[in-house]
Design a protein around this ligand. Structure first.
Ligand SMILES: Cc1cc2nc3c(=O)[nH]c(=O)nc-3n(C[C@H](O)[C@H](O)[C@H](O)COP(=O)(O)OP(=O)(O)OC[C@H]3O[C@@H](n4cnc5c(N)ncnc54)[C@H](O)[C@@H]3O)c2cc1C
Length: 392
């Protein structure tokens, strides 16, 4: 039986474990966190990723567990309503699924067929690739031999560092970060999202299936977030210093939030994602940036293609590189524009932005304007033709 080690149990790792197990591989997953990680904001399943979710038979359940936002209101620094749009911000099409990142990871994990070995609270300490696979040494002990080792361990992938070289070579920060956490719904909103934009920063609060809690995203310009938690908190506080609306209260809640996740808005750019029998999938190999929500779709599609390649049994993985290349490039290009214009540059620009959003419903060609805004994102999400799954 083909033995595969997957490092990381989030979207890419769980999806890969699903397919490999279905194809009869012997799968071990090692995840640094003590359990599948909760937390994160809404991500979108659209285009090719929707097709993968359907082939995994999880699309209906993902829709059921999806966010149920009815609309988005933009507010000014005093909390006054500036403009309102129907649907959650980021939903391109009613057929898309918008789901909280933590809910999707859990759903994928539950869908993985029995028989996978899960090792939580550990990681790969050393990798010794050889002609027929690689020997992996785990940090908490034990050296094991695998036919394939896959890094599904996110932007700062350990497997990538061990097999391909240091992060600095591949991670390109795009100049902004997002602090994401859960807070009590003190604003009393129901199935709604509120957004407040200021110069170089955006705060968003969104309910999620029930009105007790909200998901908060604080988006701000700046360098890569510091590794130390206290410094990280201080860097977010500094970025939102003097902000209006309810931001000071949100910063207070952030300090104690157990699920705080500070995501760098960064791309991972690599010439290829396989080296012998070691491969990368998801953000570890081709993160497009957290502003697009597309990282999840790429991870689902990548896991599907990599599993097919491994199950093909030739020991040759370069077909995965070839199939993914254009999809990755199109998506990474599409992510660059939102990365530049993630927030208005000045307070005046913030007011102009609010005005144009307010005017949108009255513009004669509003359908065309919205369609043009969404065209590139939609094209990127669909820029891959999936081969059929292998018989299981
Ligand atoms: C907690 C969390 C919240 C997120 N929230 C959002 C969001 O709101 N919006 C958005 O667009 N994207 C978010 N992302 C990123 C999003 O999940 C990815 O862009 C996309 O889904 C691809 O997923 P991935 O599985 O490749 O990487 P990730 O989701 O980053 O998962 C990597 C996994 O590997 C584990 N890991 C990391 N290092 C090691 C190691 N050395 N050894 C073992 N395991 C390791 C991590 O704990 C994690 O479980 C979030 C990621 C996480 C982990």
């Amino acid at each position: 039986m083909t033995r595969v080690l997957i490092c990381g149990a989030s979207v890419a790792g769980n999806a890969l474990a699903f397919w490999l197990r279905r194809y009869g591989c012997e799968v071990t997953v090692v995840e640094r966190a003590p359990a599948v990680r909760n937390g994160g904001y809404a991500i979108d399943i659209r285009g090719v990723a929707l097709e993968v979710a359907q082939r995994m038979s999880i699309a209906d359940e993902a829709r059921r567990r999806g966010t149920d936002t009815l609309g988005t209101t933009f507010v000014d620094g005093a909390g006054r309503r500036v403009a309102t749009l129907p649907l959650g911000f980021g939903v391109l099409d009613p057929a898309d699924i918008e789901i909280m990142k933590g809910d999707l990871s859990r759903l994928l994990h539950e869908a993985v067929p029995d028989g996978v070995e899960w090792i939580f609270g550990d990681t790969v300490a050393a990798l010794r690739p050889h002609g027929r696979g690689a020997e992996a040494e785990l940090e908490r002990g034990g050296t094991r031999d695998f036919d394939y080792v896959v890094g599904a361990d996110g932007i700062f992938s350990r497997v990538r560092a061990l097999a391909f070289g240091p992060s600095e070579r591949y991670v390109h920060h795009l100049g902004s970060n997002a602090a994401i956490f859960t807070a009590p719904n003190e604003l009393g909103i129901t199935r709604w999202q509120l957004i407040h934009s200021g110069a170089g920063r955006v705060a968003s609060v969104k309910t999620d299936r029930g009105d007790r809690e909200v998901k908060v995203t604080l988006l701000y310009g700046g360098p890569l977030p510091p590794r130390d938690r206290q410094e990280r908190l201080r860097s977010v506080e500094a970025a939102f210093d003097g902000a209006g609306w309810v931001v000071p209260r949100l910063l207070e809640v952030m300090r104690e939030a157990p699920d705080l996740y500070v995501a760098p808005n960064a791309q991972v750019r690599m010439p290829g994602w396989t080296r012998g029998r070691v491969a990368l999938v998801g953000d570890a190999g081709y993160a497009p940036s957290s502003l697009t929500g597309q990282g999840t779709g790429m991870a689902l599609a990548g896991a599907y293609l990599l599993a097919l390649q491994i199950a093909g049994g030739t020991g040759e993985l370069s077909g995965y590189d070839a199939r993914m290349r254009e999809f990755v490039e199109v998506n990474q290009r599409a992510a660059l524009r939102p990365a530049k214009g993630f927030a208005p540059r000045t307070e005046r620009a913030a007011r102009m932005q609010a005005l144009s959003i307010r005017m949108l419903p009255f513009m004669p060609f509003r359908g065309l304007i919205i369609e043009a805004m969404m065209k590139e994102a939609r094209r990127a999400a669909g820029a891959l033709t999936l081969p059929p799954a292998a018989p299981s």
